[in-house]
Design a protein. Structure first.
Length: 423
C-alpha cells in the first residue's frame, strides 16, 4: 500500500465508492465512502482553471453525481474546505484549478487523513492484486491478512464483504476454490492477457477477435451493433463478460447508442488503472463518435473532428448548432463541457466550450490514434447518470436497478447549467 501510486489508490477509492452505492449500507467502509464521494464531487465541480460556481449550479452538479444535497453535500463541502480545495461563501463555492489527475491524488490524501480501518486498506490491496491476474482466494488470503493484521474471523468477514459489495468478482471453480478477479484485467499488460484469451478460442474466433482489436486501435471505438455482428453473439458475450472490451452507452433525446473501446486505450502501459477511471474521456470519445457517425448533417454532424477538438482544447467555443444542446448532456452533467447560447458567423444558438482541458486532449489523441497509451492522462469518473453507462456497469449488470431521471428533471438541470450565473 505504501508504494501504491496516489492516482491509482484514488481510482480504487472511486471504484469502491461506486460499488458501495449499490448496497444498502456502507458499514465498515465509511472512510472509503466519504473520501470517494468527496472525490466525485470535486471532479464534478472542478476545472483546470479556477472556477466560481453558484449555489444553484453546485446543487445541480451534485444531483447529477448522485449526491444527496440535503444530507451528503454539506458534509462533503466541509471535508473539501478543510482540505483547502474549495472556498465557500453564501453565494456558492470557488474551486481552485484542479485537474482530474490531481483529484485522484486529493481523494487518496483525504482517505489517509480519515484514519482508515484495516479492512478498508485491505479492500484496496485486494482489488489491486486481482487486477494483475486472476488469483485463488486461498492464495491471496494469507497475504492480505498479514499485510493488514486481520484476524481469521476478520479475514473471513472481509472476503465475504469484498465479494458481496463487488470490490472483486468471484468465480467458484470447485467445491472449495474461488477465483478472484475484476474488470481491470485488460488495463495493463493487455497484450499478454489477450494472447491468453486467444489461445482458448477456436481458429475462426481468434481471427475475428484479432481483426476487431486492430480496428479499435485505429478508430478508438465502434458501435456495439457492429461488434456483435462482426464477432457473433456467442463470442461477443464471452469476451464482454471478462472485460476484454469496454462497453459504453450514451443517450440523447432520440436514442441510446452503445460503443466499445479497448480498456487499455486510455491508460499508460504497465500502469494499473481501474474500471471507470476514464469514464470522462470515454464519454467524450463516445459522444464525439456519435456526432461523426449517427447525427445527421442538419443536426450538426461533425465533419472535421480534429479541428473541432483542437478548438475546444485551445480554449475556444464551437457552434452554434442544434446538436450541441442534445448530444453532450452527459458531459455537461459531469462538468466536462459547458453549453451556452452564443453567436458566431451571424448565427445564434448553442455553443460548446471545454471545462476540463485534459479530457479533451485525451479524446483528441484517441480520435487521432485509437490506442493512446503513450499519451495517457488520468481522468476521474463521476457517479453514473442516466445518459452514460460506463464499462463496469455494463460488464457486471449492477445488483439494483438505477432509477432513471425523467426528461423534465434532466432538462431542468441542464437549463440551470446553461443559464445559471457564477458568483
Amino acid at each position: 500500500m505504501a508504494n501504491l501510486d496516489k492516482k491509482v489508490k484514488g481510482s480504487w477509492l472511486i471504484h469502491h465508492t461506486n460499488k458501495l452505492q449499490g448496497v444498502t449500507n456502507q458499514t465498515g467502509y465509511e472512510n472509503t465512502f466519504l473520501a470517494g464521494k468527496a472525490g466525485i464531487l470535486l471532479s464534478a465541480i472542478s476545472s483546470d482553471r479556477q472556477l466560481s460556481i453558484s449555489q444553484e449550479r453546485l446543487e445541480t452538479l451534485a444531483i447529477a453525481a448522485n449526491i444527496n444535497i440535503m444530507f451528503e453535500l454539506p458534509k462533503l463541502l466541509d471535508v473539501l474546505e478543510k482540505q483547502q480545495l474549495i472556498d465557500r461563501s453564501t453565494k456558492g463555492v470557488s474551486v481552485l484549478g484542479v485537474t482530474t489527475a490531481t483529484t485522484l491524488q486529493h481523494t487518496s490524501d483525504l482517505f489517509d487523513s480519515l484514519g482508515p480501518k484495516s479492512n478498508e486498506l485491505a479492500s484496496i490491496s485486494l482489488a489491486e492484486r486481482a487486477s494483475v491476474s486472476p488469483i485463488l482466494a486461498e492464495d491471496v488470503a494469507e497475504e492480505i491478512a498479514d499485510l493488514h493484521r486481520l484476524s481469521r474471523s476478520e479475514l473471513t468477514h472481509f472476503l465475504k464483504d469484498a465479494e458481496t459489495i463487488g470490490f472483486v468478482d468471484a468465480e467458484k471453480i470447485s467445491e472449495n476454490e474461488k477465483l478472484l478477479f475484476n474488470g481491470n484485467l485488460f488495463r495493463r499488460d493487455a497484450t499478454k492477457k489477450i494472447v491468453s484469451v486467444l489461445d482458448s478460442l477456436k481458429t475462426e474466433e481468434k481471427v475475428k477477435l484479432t481483426e476487431l482489436t486492430e480496428k479499435l486501435k485505429k478508430s478508438a471505438c465502434v458501435t456495439i451493433e457492429y461488434a456483435r455482428e462482426f464477432l457473433g453473439e456467442n463470442l461477443f458475450q464471452k469476451v464482454a463478460a471478462i472485460g476484454l472490451f469496454d462497453i459504453n452507452v450514451v443517450s440523447n433525446s432520440i436514442e441510446d447508442v452503445g460503443f466499445i473501446t479497448l480498456p487499455s486505450a486510455f491508460s499508460k502501459y504497465s500502469n494499473s488503472m481501474v474500471d471507470d477511471a476514464f469514464d470522462l474521456a470515454k464519454a467524450f470519445v463516445s459522444s464525439i463518435t456519435y456526432g461523426m457517425t449517427k447525427s445527421s448533417y442538419s443536426r450538426g454532424q461533425i465533419q472535421a473532428v480534429d479541428a473541432l477538438l483542437g478548438t475546444l482544447v485551445a480554449g475556444g467555443s464551437v457552434g452554434p448548432v442544434r446538436a450541441i444542446a442534445e448530444d453532450y448532456k452527459i458531459l455537461e452533467l459531469k462538468g466536462v463541457v459547458e453549453v451556452k447560447s452564443g453567436t458566431k458567423n451571424g448565427r445564434t444558438g448553442p455553443m460548446l466550450s471545454l471545462l476540463k482541458k485534459e479530457v479533451g486532449e485525451l479524446a483528441l489523441q484517441a480520435i487521432r490514434q485509437g490506442d493512446v497509451s503513450e499519451h495517457s492522462l488520468t481522468a476521474l469518473p463521476s457517479a453514473t447518470v442516466t445518459s452514460f453507462i460506463g464499462p463496469e456497469q455494463n460488464r457486471e449488470k449492477v445488483r439494483r436497478k438505477q432509477a432513471t431521471l425523467n426528461p423534465k428533471i434532466t432538462n431542468d438541470m441542464l437549463t440551470i447549467l446553461r443559464t445559471g450565473k457564477g458568483l
